[in-house]
Design a protein around this ligand. Sequence first.
Ligand code: ADP
Ligand code: MG
Length: 447
Amino acid sequence: MAFTQFNLDSRLVRAIEHMGFEKPTDIQHQAIPAAMTGQDVIASSKTGSGKTLAFLLPAMQRLIKNRALSKKDPRVLILTPTRELAKQVLAHLKAISAGTQFKCTLILGGENFNDQVKALDKNPEFIVATPGRLADHLSKGLFYLNGLELLILDEADRMLDLGFAPQLKQINEAADHRKRQTLMFSATLDHGQVEEFAKDLLKKPKRIAIGSITSEHVDIKQRFVLCDHLDHKQQLLEHFLQTETIQQIIIFTATRADTERLASELSAKGITSVALSGELKQSERNRIMESFAKGQQKILVTTDLASRGLDLINVSHVINFDLPKHAEEYIHRIGRTGRAGTKGDAISFIGPKDWASYLNIKALLQQEIEFSQVDGMVAKFSGVKPKKAAKANVADNKTKQVQKKKKPAAVKTKKKIIFSDINTGDMPVMRKKPVKVIDESDFKEQD
Ligand code: ADP
Ligand code: MG
């Protein structure tokens, strides 16, 4: 099937041709016609499968075909969890809106408020935004959403994780009228809070799920390596940096402090990298991402700030120096590689402090995981048995051939392992009480 079969406006078809895309991806194939009927859509498909165009094309088509409900109000609002992702979505939007008269603007935290007021005064049809700053403008009555036709939530689950539920509710209520259409997209949408939220935001949505989290991303080779301690992780990292054929690599750490520390450790070894974290000024964040996107830097060290959505096609490797606390983030982190049919490598280090996260990831993936070993660097650590599992194993002994003789050394030190303090990440997650923005410096006003 070709893009022409969607009956899209010829300018959109030309723009797609110009981008070099011959046929729609699976998610585009299903989501574009569904969204074009005007119904709400909640859609998930693996990372790198083209979700951005799956929502942008029907949005553009709707604007071209339908008369605006209001002359002043924005017609399409796209919300994303991070500023970097918002910029990327805007770039796609610009590419497909060339040849049309529509104006689009970015409304992001960390950037000049007054400039945004001026941009809003020009009545753009499209706004791409992070929820915090957009809600601020809305609260101040600087623009209205009464004429909004399409609300699009990219990576909706992450926005909820970050505590943006109140802002999303505010935005939803400001645009609550029967002609509004809502689209929700992510690689990971099947958790309770999203479901609950979707009930408020979407009307009888069409559900589209291409594959599932548990179906393996065949383009990404996943390796898991056991580690003993920080130095061991460091040695393994250097080993992989030397032995793998790397085009570009993203190394994920648990916290901002770890990001800084690791980048300076690498620098001390003569390895150049850039470190991206939420506490940097927006201009710094932009500079770092631009230089990495242009391929001027080979190694990006970061936190979950960069786990979502970023489409950097030369990223051949992802290393989880620390595992993310929430298993969904693992799916998104490794999804920074293996995009649009390219091959990628994901290597995850699992030390005693990562064990709890590892078990969550394993449960989410529902895959048999075999640990990889590096000659001369094999860990003594062999996993911590959770209490319940240890009991179950006794009953299960014969079939599973549990090794009883040698208790893993880490079991002895079990009490000392405080999982809650570890891997708290740049943007820790609180699913049950998403009432406040946890990582304030990422989203708070800086101007
Ligand atoms: P996702 O949001 O699913 O992670 P993106 O929308 O970021 O994925 O797209 C991933 C990559 O695939 C981008 O580089 C994009 O330009 C490319 N892409 C999108 N649609 C197509 C298509 N139909 N054919 C080939 N490549 C595509
Ligand atoms: Mg995306």
